[in-house]
Design a protein around this ligand. Sequence first.
Ligand code: NAI
Ligand code: MG
Length: 479
Amino acid sequence: MHINGDFVRAADGRTFETFDPSTGERITEVAHAGAEDVESAVRAARLALDGPWGALPAVERGRLLGRLADLVEANAAELAELESRDGGKPISATTSMDVPGAVAQFRYFSGWPTKLEGRTIPVAMPDTLCYTRPEPVGVVAQILPWNFPLLMTSWKLGAALAAGCAVVLKPAEQTPLTALRLAELVVDAGFPPGAVNVLTGAGETGALLVDHPGVDKIAFTGSTAVGREIGAKAGAQLKRVTLELGGKSPNIILADADLDAAIAGSYQGIYGNTGQACYAASRLFVHRSRFDEVVSGLVERASNAVVGPALDPATEHGPLISAQQYERVRSYIVDGVASGATLHGDVPPADPSGFFVRPTLFTDVKPDMRIAREEIFGPVLVATPFDDLSEAVSHANDTEYGLAAGVWTRDVGHAHTLASRLQAGVVYLNSWASGDPAAPFGGIKSSGVGREMGQEGVESYLESKTVWTSLASQCLHTS
Ligand code: NAI
Ligand code: MG
């Protein structure tokens, strides 16, 4: 792990293994942080905040973030390979999306420090100056999942560092490697020791961080179950918290849609990253007049999909992250068949030679089936026809989640009316999963609390302090 600018072992010597999901082979052993390491990392972060990092002028914070962007860019090929090996993400995706996306995040956030301004407040009291100062929240714990390790690290870290916070980051136990390499680049960029610490370990390490009294804010991305637990603890301790959790996002295709674009976009929306995305377009609603055409378009693409090892440049869909996720996704497919839905595609074998699952689609789905209600986090789509728009909207909103929603139509009136009626933090019109560091992202309902990226993202790492000053006006009256 990486504490106070150096690689260190766990105080108790504990380690865990990280695997290549494409082969099942062990890549290496990584330190497993325990209570003593959490203590050291939080102390290092606090000292950096009270010392050189906290004292750095805004323009210097921006310069360091800019250098970090340049260093990630200069090491792009290595980071892409590391990300593909550790997380099973296709090399074509890590090369074209994850790593350039991380560069863009750091570059975007490098512009923020010099734009964080307070306000002068026109208070009623005479001879009084009242103003606000934006200040960093303090020491923040960032806890990450395995599906977009480097990209998510960059937007969490970028926003926190732009705001001037010191960070203890815990990557997922399945994908610790790019965060560790990034920690070295953070040092090379010139950040003072302790500004960024990377603690590798499992959920128990995350829980220790959440409970540590020296942590002022928790930023978590992962399962809704763990998010609820962290939210409850943060509430009890009155720590700041942002949560980016699961989804079961509706994607609605209207009768007038450009079907080629809608099919291509909907395909990517659910099967991209092998369905392992919080924003996955996992519930498809299609106007009955176009339903068969859309389903057969998706099934045809799915049957030609190139599913394979992450480092093969031809691979479109890599493996699932682990045996556990394979079993979980497989059990949903088995359950869907048992509950009477029609499966287009194959039931993955019970005794597989790898964690590969081909894209699958269910029709004849009832709204109360588990496959229609629960986040599967794999390449499994449920498709349902609709006759009128209000029916589509009420089905779309009939979920505990509210992360993303999509609409495919040529009618701008329908598009924007649906954008306002769909319960989601993000709405995609004639697109899916568009993203930019400047555009806020996050969910409502059980999909989370708060927004990341953009102005909202930076503000979630700031506190506003109000300063009252009584002015010595006497001098003006007497002189
Ligand atoms: P998880 O929520 O258990 O893990 C995410 C991160 O939280 C990891 O870094 C983990 O070490 C940490 N963590 C686990 N328990 C913790 C605790 N009690 N306190 C603090 N930190 C803790 O997710 P997991 O087990 O990897 O995946 C299970 C399911 O969660 C997936 O099948 C999927 O449905 C969902 N998920 C959703 C994600 C999203 O982007 N919305 C990302 C990852 C998983
Ligand atoms: Mg791994």
